[in-house]
Design a protein around this ligand. Structure first.
Ligand code: ZN
Length: 165
């Protein structure tokens, strides 16, 4: 009998998951949806969860607690910033929780998140909405396969339910 595949770098892994806060509030879940498919070792999911899924096999249920430093980072003290709507493309479909790219003084790009909207302004925060939150994952591994060369080169899985180009 062949050895069962285990979650490792270079494997495309499908999981059903529920993500809760410490208080048991559901933040996100694949319930009633297709499983989430990701390329292991490519940073597609938060580092703390990736680490705790390594070595598991199809059918395994993994309860992972991920501290902010291995999740979406600590919450920085900087206040959200008001940016005029005119700084965004006219057809930008802005909504709360949306990730937008901002440009730093040296031209470097970094992500920010929309946390509020008025008629004329967009309130953006450099903190991910889940920064500072300890993440409680309940994960079931549903499928593991080897990634193709193309998937490794792109750093994400292809196929149904995966990244679309
Ligand atoms: Zn691709």
């Amino acid at each position: 009998m062949a050895k069962a595949a285990a979650v490792a770098d270079g494997m495309v892994v499908s999981v059903h998951y529920t993500l809760k806060t410490e208080d048991g509030e559901v933040i996100d879940s694949s319930d009633g949806d297709e499983p989430l498919m990701y390329l292991h070792g490519a940073g597609n999911i938060v580092p703390g969860l990736e680490k705790q899924l390594a070595g598991h096999a199809v059918g395994d249920r993994v309860k992972a607690v991920v501290e902010p430093e291995d999740g979406y980072g600590e919450h920085s003290g900087d206040e959200p910033q008001m940016v005029p709507r005119t700084s965004f493309p006219e057809d930008a479909d802005l909504y709360e929780g949306m990730e937008v790219m901002a440009q730093g003084p040296d031209g470097e790009m970094y992500p920010m998140w929309v946390v509020g909207l008025t008629d004329e302004h967009v309130l953006v925060d450099e903190n991910h909405p889940l920064a500072g939150v300890t993440l409680h994952f309940d994960v079931q591994v549903t499928e593991i396969r080897e990634a193709t060369k193309e998937e490794i080169a792109h750093g994400h899985p292809h196929g149904p339910g995966a990244h679309a180009h």
